[in-house]
Design a protein around this ligand. Structure first.
Ligand SMILES: [Zn+2]
Length: 89
């Protein structure tokens, strides 16, 4: 990432709030893919976004998918994307 994300409501750069969170893409039928990423936050209004995704997301058919998802859940740094679409749109 070459430029920090900017909150256009506050005209302020977001700050890293938590480095190394997990984002879980949810398909219509259930958990689909787990990504490592970072959580950033606007210091003014508090809006939070997930950025800095890793190059590889672990698929639901991986043998360690369930274990890694539960680990992230137990660490309380698991976030959900409920808008996952298989065609990537
Ligand atoms: Zn803001």
């Amino acid at each position: 990432m070459n430029h920090k994300p900017v909150c256009i409501k506050c005209n302020t750069e977001l700050r890293p709030e938590e480095v190394g969170v997990e984002l879980l893409d949810m398909a219509e039928w259930g958990p689909y893919q787990l990504w490592n990423a970072d959580l950033w936050k606007c210091p003014s209004c508090g809006i939070e976004i997930i950025v800095n995704f890793g190059n590889y997301g672990e698929h639901h058919n991986s043998p360690t998918f369930q274990e890694h998802t539960l680990d992230a859940l137990n660490r309380k740094n698991l976030y959900l994307n409920k808008e996952y679409r298989k065609d990537g749109s």
